[in-house]
Design a protein around this ligand. Structure first.
Ligand code: LMR
Length: 437
């Protein structure tokens, strides 16, 4: 017997051809349906119907237009039949992946990678929980329709909504992409505040409804401080589960080193991005390797490494915006995939990866209480440890101190959002996102 669970939110605007055809049929006698009492504000009320296999139908009820719809979308409201499930016994247990900013450009690349199995593997069925805004809800439906039409075997459930308390329910991964870009004339302090409010709310929602071990990757800028705000508002989730995405910067650094050394980028390893995902970030060439050799022994041009290389990586996002007229999207999505895979697959022997994580207990002498990109290794269980055997010189220490000071200033500026008192905004004048030039 198959079970169809249909959301109370089935209304004309949320339907397309396949569902409309269900609505025109009547409910057969052998089918038992429970219609729970529906209150006007009870958006999550569900209608559960038990039907015989291949007789999945929707009830002919019209219910008030909902503000959000996050239980299921379209074809994903139909529970896959048990026969098919028999054939997939070797599959792992379904995992819930929440994505915010789901109607945006980055997500448009990312969601199809997630659904294809490229990220979590060919035996890992997934549920996608897509968070949008009131403004993007229609676009979000377009995304869900494209996911339907792609017939991904591993994609078992899709839900869309605008309430993080609904969408983040039981999330095991939360990929927080949605954030406001800095508009013309907007002070960086204003951006920190506006986006900080979003991430504070999402942190509270994760704290209330997500899996207790949810892994959170914050992409929306300024991602380090947004990750800190999110974490501080989610005290029941381990602090080390919160990441700020700096993998894109690591990938950019690898590409530039490969270009300069005249090798393909798979020869470049051990690249750390230290600090903030901003123009103060420090791409570390001192510990990086090319073909197993220290970069400084391969590229013997220290001036290029300290100046041109460093600045290229720091400002790559801005150059891209100038070319594209918008922020990088495809390469950001790829780097989110890399960031997830770095946590769920064992790190190759001797190598490491960069991710922005909470500094408490770090072995490098970096100030505690901030989210700072550092070198990490994972045994593939979703967790990580900080790498101890890295070396520092005066140049590296000085650069790290600058990005550290910037993050401490950002933290003071959002104290009202982290529960640490009154905000004092004394941001350094040159504090910029990679996209601001
Ligand atoms: C990037 O690094 O490409 C983005 O973070 C740039 C931006 O400011 O949106």
């Amino acid at each position: 017997m198959a079970v169809a669970e249909l959301n109370s939110a089935f209304t004309k605007t949320h339907l397309h051809s396949s569902q409309l055809s269900f609505l025109s049929r009547s409910v057969p006698k052998h089918q038992h349906c429970d219609f729970p009492t529906l209150h006007r504000t009870q958006q999550r009320a569900r209608i559960s119907c038990s039907v015989t296999q291949n007789q999945v139908q929707a009830p002919a009820v019209q219910i008030q237009e909902p503000k959000s719809k996050s239980d299921c979308y379209g074809v994903f409201c139909l529970t896959y039949d048990l026969k098919a499930e028999e054939e997939t016994k070797s599959w792992k247990k379904l995992i819930n992946i929440a994505v915010s900013g789901a109607a945006g450009m980055i997500s448009n690349h990312l969601l199809f990678k997630l659904a294809s199995g490229e990220v979590f593997g060919p035996d890992q069925p997934i549920a996608l929980k897509l968070l949008g805004s009131e403004r993007s809800l229609q676009a979000l439906e377009g995304v869900a329709m494209e996911l339907e039409d792609s017939l991904f075997p591993l994609l078992r459930e899709v839900s869309i909504g605008i309430d993080p308390y609904e969408v983040f329910q039981d999330a095991e991964w939360a990929l927080l992409i949605g954030a406001k870009p800095r508009g013309p004339g907007m002070e960086r302090a204003d951006l920190l505040d506006i986006n900080g409010q979003i991430f504070a709310e999402q942190g509270r929602a994760l704290n209330a409804v997500a899996s207790r071990n949810v892994k959170v990757i914050v992409v929306g800028n300024p991602c380090n401080t947004n990750a800190l705000i999110c974490m501080k508002n989610a005290p029941n989730i381990p602090a080390k589960n919160f990441h700020a995405l700096t993998r894109l910067d690591e990938n950019r650094a690898k590409c530039q080193l490969a270009l300069k050394a005249g090798v393909f980028y798979d020869k470049v390893s051990n690249v750390t991005i230290w600090g903030n995902h901003s123009t103060t970030q420090v791409p570390d060439f001192l510990n990086a390797k090319i073909d197993g050799m220290p970069v400084i022994d391969v590229i013997k041009d220290r001036k290029w490494l300290e100046e041109e290389f460093t600045e290229k990586v720091q400002k790559r996002g801005g150059v891209l915006i100038q070319k594209w007229g918008r922020s990088s999207a495809a390469s950001t999505a790829v780097s989110i995939v890399d960031a997830i895979r770095a946590l769920i697959t064992p790190t190759p022997k001797g190598d490491w990866f960069s991710t922005g994580v909470y500094t408490d207990g770090n072995p490098y002498g970096i100030a505690e209480g901030i989210v700072f990109s550092m070198p990490c290794r994972s045994n593939g269980d979703g967790d990580y440890v900080l790498v101890k055997d890295v070396i520092f010189d005066d140049y590296l220490r000085n650069r790290i101190a600058k990005t550290e000071a910037e993050l401490l200033a950002e933290k003071r500026c959002v104290a009202h959002l982290t529960g640490e008192g009154i905000a004092v905004c004394d941001l350094p004048g040159d504090t910029m996102l990679p996209g601001e030039m």
